[in-house]
Write a protein that binds this ligand. Sequence first.
Ligand code: ADP
Ligand code: ASP
Ligand code: MG
Length: 424
Amino acid sequence: MLIVQKYGGTSVGDIERIRAVARKVKRVCDEGHQVVLVVSAMSGETDKLIGLAEELSNHIEGREMDLLLSSGERISAALMAMAISELGVKSMSFTGRQVGIVTNDAHTKARIEKVSANRLKKALAEGAVPVVTGFQGISVTGKDVTTFGRGGSDLTAVAIAASLKAALCEIYTDVDGVYTTDPNMVTEARKLDRVSYEEMLEFSSLGAKVLQSMAVEYAKKYNVPLVVRSSFSDAPGTLIVKEDEDMEKVVVSGVAYDKNQSKITIIGVPDRPGIASKLFGTVAAANIVVDMIVQNISHATGATDISFTVARTESKKAMKLADSLAKDLDAVGTDLREDISKVSIVGVGMKSHSGVAALMFETLAKHGVNIMMISTSEIKVSCVIEKKFTELAVRALHNAFGLEGKKKPAKKKTAKKKAKAKRG
Ligand code: ADP
Ligand code: ASP
Ligand code: MG
């Protein structure tokens, strides 16, 4: 069968790890399967490149940034192909452009428009293991290198799996599956055997970086069978599948958080038709994605405060627009808060249960966490809170919704141990 395997930054973090992946790939090939690999940049590499660019300038062109960032994945793809070849298995590395991944022109957050994958098919037919650079393609009009945003190698893997109609797309990472919350934050988090595309999409867009949200969206659209598993163990991982009746029974299946958030407020905007349309039309035209929106009308002044959240990486750009709009609209002023985060609870079962949001608010209140903004959908509730309370809130919610793994029953002490305990 044809399998697409994606290895994240930690999994290709040094030469020894690259060698370990190569050995794993050889084993899969020896079992008679065909494999296409997608690799991320070595861990820390993308951050390092961003740091270098930011040292130079604080208004970097997306086009230049994309060429820079794409280099991280090129290094690991070439090294991986070399490591596989060293084991006597034919392997060839390819960039996104070389395998026909065509995107729109939105630099640093491009969306895939087409994947032709002809060269991949040719390489597979020649018995080679193709290794593709994650997270990049080529723009349809400019023919320039584009990237898909942080975590975008997951999208490359899913898009290639869809294009080749692969039997499976495996995402290998540093945790052994999708958990009820980030296992690196909450040790009691429980691994989920199966998650629906819908739930995973919510999880990912709400900050659970274990899978990139565009990748889940793509997998859902093209029905790509997806599994998240560990590079470092043979544990079975988490399957991302279509929703079924069993899943409905779980009201809340997990807690997500996103610390990469900023809140912008335009204070004292005149309360008249067309203001929100002008504000968010301008923000959208600048290609900035707005998440939550809250508008409060003051009955005393007749003016409104409009608050909205954007990714922190976009806050400077969004603030510039907000400042100039505030002037145009005769508003009192603007305010930017970067010390916020968003915590969310997710579960398809929420559709048919009441009281879920109330328990969330009660839990946060009990822990002294103030809620600044709220947004809900059929299967999630999100609250914006002060960033310093993120961990407290995530733990409290995880506990309040009973998501912990079953505690191992305390072993009964044997007579010998009891005697020893008594002796002290
Ligand atoms: P990779 O470099 O392999 O793509 P990422 O860092 O992008 O890995 O994603 C894996 C990380 O996602 C984990 O180390 C974990 O801290 C984080 N994470 C956040 N939420 C979850 C969750 N619900 N389940 C599993 N991991 C999660
Ligand atoms: N290297 C990119 C990042 O760090 C893409 C990825 O790892 O998926 O975001
Ligand atoms: Mg990732």
